[in-house]
Design a binder for this molecule. Sequence first.
Ligand SMILES: Nc1nc2c(ncn2[C@@H]2O[C@H](COP(=O)(O)OP(=O)(O)OP(=O)(O)O)[C@@H](O)[C@H]2O)c(=O)[nH]1
Ligand SMILES: [Mg+2]
Length: 378
Amino acid sequence: MQQKPQRAILVNVIPHFYDREQAMGEFDELTRLIETYGGMVILKIIQRRGRPSAKTFVGEGKAQEIATMVRDLKADVVVINGFLKANQSNHLINIIPCEVLDRFEMILKIFEKHAASPEAKLQLQIAQYKYEFPKLFGKGAILSQQAAGVGVATSAASGGRRAARGPGEKILEVKRRHLKQNIQTMEKKLLQFRQMRELQRQRRQRQNFFTAALVGYTNSGKSSLLKALTKKDVLIEDKLFSTLDTRLGHLYMDGRKIVVADTIGFIQNLPPLLFSSFLATLEEVKEADLVLHVKDASDPKVFEKINVVEDVLAQLKCDTKPRLYVFNKIDLCRPDDIVIFEQTFQEFSPIFVSALQRENLDSLLNALKTPALKSLTY
Ligand SMILES: Nc1nc2c(ncn2[C@@H]2O[C@H](COP(=O)(O)OP(=O)(O)OP(=O)(O)O)[C@@H](O)[C@H]2O)c(=O)[nH]1
Ligand SMILES: [Mg+2]
């Protein structure tokens, strides 16, 4: 997907009562994911159904329709805004004459592109393997059936049912065992990385450094803020999931060292498997003295995204930690919106900045300077 952008058809299945506008809105984020991946959206399809089809996710007729559109529009990939089970994926692949990805696979591909450190690569590989594991059952069923097909002739001759268990099942067993061993080996390696980071964190705690963690929705400007505050050279891109690792920068104020941690961004409906794989990189947030919840103040969906981040913070048990709301990108924002944010989020001491224009960073620095912050509770 490097040179020519892949032509993508997006598909969403929604219940009958679901708001169409909202479903279209969900496509916006999927579109951003596809652009980040290097593709372009050529068509968006919504199907209303009581629930996704157990066999083909969309209805079978709709799957045939999509296949025709793929041929007519020369699409390269169909992306489903949901999570496909192994058998749904297998059936769709048989009907639709191009690559079919679900939301998990789409995000996985972006993570693959962006994983730079050995730890992020390892985490990603574990997530991929774990994802493949149940899928093997689907493929395995087919393999076993094929093998059984061969076996039936022999079984008729031998009159026994056991002959129906063909070589396909054996291959599958070996593959499964191999995959399991690989996951265990990688998890051991990962543990070493985590132990190393834990030691570093303990050292910082002993030295009594104040740590502030930047968290927030993907693309809200966390890395830009880290750079603006600490001059740390980090990757800043108008893409989703540019940062997959925790990166630390530091600054000195009143002779005191303050560590600022940049973290992986959050997203709505992050596949749980990916979330749990990358959870460890968020340990830094758990240990931080202060959480800086960064938001893109110019984003029309900022309220929804605040909720997504708050949910993740609750899952991390960090929702009772002292935290400040940092509204970034105010250079793109209407003054009226700032007043609304100020009133709505008073309890989180909102600060309004532009990392790009270096606007109002002093107020953020002042908040970090307040010695009382360490014992602040909200
Ligand atoms: N206009 C404007 N753009 C900004 C500002 N801060 C960041 N951006 C832009 O927003 C995009 C995302 O910035 P990042 O700092 O990479 O965002 P992030 O939250 O680290 O993103 P992920 O690591 O992908 O989750 C980039 O194109 C930045 O240049 C700002 O204050 N104003
Ligand atoms: Mg980033």
